[in-house]
Design a protein around this ligand. Sequence first.
Ligand SMILES: NC(=O)c1ccc[n+]([C@@H]2O[C@H](COP(=O)([O-])OP(=O)(O)OC[C@H]3O[C@@H](n4cnc5c(N)ncnc54)[C@H](OP(=O)(O)O)[C@@H]3O)[C@@H](O)[C@H]2O)c1
Length: 249
Amino acid sequence: MRRIDKYEAPDKLLDDRVILISGVTEGIGRALAAKCAALGATIVLLGRKVPRLESLHDEIIEAGGPRPGIVPFNLETTEWAEYEKITDVLGDEYGRLDGLVHCGGILGELSPIEHHDPYLWYRVLQVNLNAPFLITRACMPLLRKSADPSVVFVSSTVGRKGRAHWGAYSVSKFAIEGLAQVLADETENIPIRVNTVNPGATRTKLRRAAFPAEDAGQSAQPGEVLAPFLYFLGPDSRGVSYSSADSQP
Ligand SMILES: NC(=O)c1ccc[n+]([C@@H]2O[C@H](COP(=O)([O-])OP(=O)(O)OC[C@H]3O[C@@H](n4cnc5c(N)ncnc54)[C@H](OP(=O)(O)O)[C@@H]3O)[C@@H](O)[C@H]2O)c1
């Protein structure tokens, strides 16, 4: 495969596409939502902090992007039966979904398994694994209505090789890779592509929680890790499923 960490998105790459992104109130999800809108996509902004969703909504419009949708949604506490309502709202408004990116995530804690807080373990798996599963499951009928649908899960270096103390976070990312592989295999004969991206060390709230003493200069800015996401969302990746890409070398 080409070096997609260097992929340069052409203007209007995502024109007329409808893309749902979770975790857009902060970090990589926020940067990705703004960039996708700048490339022409109508973004459905999913997050739990309404004022931050509204400020991003306004920023996108002020920058000349298509009017985004807003879905206030808590990935940790929402009952699974409620997920179907996302589909109802999006179906009525847009009739289809061309892209789905799961940027919402939490770290939990860095701790040996022996001392890992069980409650935090459940919370991390709920936000990082169960919620992406439930959103994807609910959105499949709308993805099937698109001419070129793409699902992107967000992985991590510790989702490909286990590392001491990364506990539930690491396990959730291994499971995301598994979920992506299973879904890619199931959709082999229909045009839905399913891929994962590991953004690598990126300066965000989550990264600061994991490495509070790290120098700001040692990790990338959220806007610098978007290339593989854009590649997978746009038409240049047609037929590419399942691949596991990195944003940084
Ligand atoms: N940063 C890195 O170095 C790095 C490396 C590898 C992988 N990743 C992955 O990249 C993805 C994005 O992370 P990030 O680094 O951009 O972290 P971040 O800045 O902390 O952003 C995480 C996003 O998830 C949202 N979120 C968390 N819990 C939620 C909940 N219960 N309901 C709704 N939204 C919730 C946050 O919203 P709130 O504002 O409401 O908390 C925020 O918008 C994650 O999957 C992470 O695992 C990051």
